[in-house]
Design a protein. Structure first.
Lengths: 134, 134
DNA sequence: TATGTATTTAACCAATCAGTTATTTAACCG
DNA sequence: CGGTTAAATAACTGATTGGTTAAATACATA
């Protein structure tokens, strides 16, 4: 149990760095549900799941309420948005890379000399912003 | 026990879950550079930086080449894109949430509430799907 | 060949992680 | 009250992490 000296973003990425926790989030994206319900798909004990939930909660990725004996969990997307905002800074890097790939493919196809049936139809003009537009 | 070869996405998130490594990536986003250059801003030893680089390399976030004694590091954005693609699935969640917040604020402001004790009304129906406009 | 420079590897350490079983708390029901 | 259900906590364990210092490697140059 850590009293976080670590920053929020690190805690978020840390929480996402585990397939079980990502699966839990995937389930919670469909809607609020109980701990035992969340635990069902996994072969691990309840305390193990409980710990994963604590990690997610600590990262601000989920919140819990109370419904009789149950403690339903709810996904909190704001923390995910933080991660997305961080990635935003780097988006141009892979978009640029994809652009280059596209340029390459365009070049290759333009040069393609001996394709028997199809006439080399030019590729659609590449748009400068690929992927998600800003 | 989840031993052995963790998946790529976990490795990526794991690598991003450390401020030092994120700072290294931020530096590399500006361009390829040497290990000692990367190490300069940090108060840790060279081996420590070397280990961080190994983590980044293992996650596919950087590659290294050779230039005399130096091993210049280069950022590889493809792995970041994988993380972005994973987040993509959840984007609607926080966009929806922001919609609701926006609607809520709008409601509150429209009412120009005079008595503080009135409990906030339930959220009004929203009609437009907003967020990143396409 | 020897020497300096850039970086990695080895060996070690404390803290954290991801899991376990056993126990405890909390809320409901008859 | 006692019993059941849902979940959290305690205590333990082995593996991993993030750092250290000291030694080894790889390359360039004199």
């Amino acid at each position: 149990m850590q009293t976080a000296p670590t920053d929020r973003l690190s805690a978020t990425f840390q929480a996402l760095a585990d397939p079980t926790r990502r699966a839990i989030l995937a389930r919670l994206a469909l809607g609020e549900t109980s701990v035992s319900e969340l635990a069902k798909p996994f072969e691990m004990s309840m305390p193990a799941v409980s710990k994963h939930l604590k990690v997610l909660e600590h990262a601000g990725l989920i919140t819990r309420s109370r419904d009789a004996q149950m403690r339903p969990c709810k996904i909190e997307a704001a923390a995910l948005k933080q991660a997305d905002d961080w990635l935003e800074e780097y988006r141009r890097l892979w978009e640029q890379r994809l652009d280059r790939l596209e340029d390459y493919l365009q070049t290759v196809q333009a040069k393609a000399p001996r394709d028997k049936e199809t006439k080399a139809k030019p590729i659609k003009a590449k748009e400068k912003t690929r992927g998600r537009e800003k």
